[in-house]
Design a protein around this ligand. Structure first.
Ligand SMILES: Nc1ncnc2c1ncn2[C@@H]1O[C@H](COP(=O)(O)OP(=O)(O)O)[C@@H](O)[C@H]1O
Ligand SMILES: [Mg+2]
Length: 222
């Protein structure tokens, strides 16, 4: 069974200038253990689609099934907290907190039951942050390192779906490859469903499946 299934999903923004049809009848299905790349020009609806999949916005029509259950029938906040991890172009780490505290805070917010300090350490190690760095403030890290900490934070509560909106958008090639390598490992070694939005063709090429978004329409293939 697909982990996420979208059927005829639509979303509009109401603006002063009128209605913007950001997502039009999107239908797609996403499996565990697979990396998906969504490509398409700016304004084509990619981020809107992602926020629908994250349960941050409610579709105007159509439905989203998570493990066969309609999101409309479950608690969206809980869905987001327990099953979805998000990563953004501009990391959004809390600058006054250390690397470890950023991850521990996310665990607290998602009501993680185990030992948060231990879990945060494991996640930071997994993304290649050395133990000696755990207690450094997040602003003291390079961009590539900050994105790795953001990934540690996103996966800490063990979500099954990882949504990444332009995760390599601010990074050079080497750091970009490193981030894609980690996302790859999350899917192929840990069985996560990884869905990433990207402008970079070299990032899209490394994904298992490419989807294309054009003027609100989603289709398979680059
Ligand atoms: N908060 C918003 N209010 C009004 N229109 C929006 C808002 N966010 C996005 N849009 C519009 O919706 C369309 C899709 O935007 P978006 O999903 O951000 O595309 P992408 O991520 O592919 O650049 C665009 O026309 C954009 O201007
Ligand atoms: Mg966007």
């Amino acid at each position: 069974m697909a982990i996420l299934e979208l059927t005829n999903l639509s979303y509009d923004y109401i603006t002063k200038a009128g209605r913007v049809h950001a997502v039009k009848e999107a239908t797609a299905s996403f499996d565990a253990g697979v990396v998906y790349a969504i490509v398409g020009r700016s304004g084509s609806g990619k981020s809107t689609l992602m926020s629908l999949m994250a349960g941050l916005d409610v579709p105007k029509s159509g439905k989203i099934l998570y493990e066969g259950t309609d999101l409309a029938a479950i608690d969206r906040d809980r869905y987001r907290r327990e099953h979805v991890g998000m990563i953004f172009q501009s990391y959004y780490l809390l600058p006054q907190l250390t690397a470890a505290e950023n991850v521990e805070l996310a665990l607290e917010l998602s009501r993680y039951k185990g030992n948060r300090r231990e879990r945060a350490g494991e996640m930071l190690s997994l993304v290649g942050i050395a133990k000696a760095q755990f207690r450094k403030r997040s602003t003291e890290f390079s961009g590539g390192e900050q994105q790795r900490i953001a990934i540690a934070r996103a996966i800490a509560a063990d979500p099954s779906v990882i949504l990444a909106d332009e995760p390599t958008g601010n990074l050079d090639n080497e750091n970009s490859r490193n981030i894609v390598g980690i996302l790859d490992e999350l899917a192929h070694r840990f069985g996560k469903c990884v869905i990433l939005i990207t402008h970079a063709s070299e990032v899209a090429e490394r994904a298992d499946v490419n989807l294309h978004m054009n003027d609100g329409y989603l289709r398979h293939g680059a």
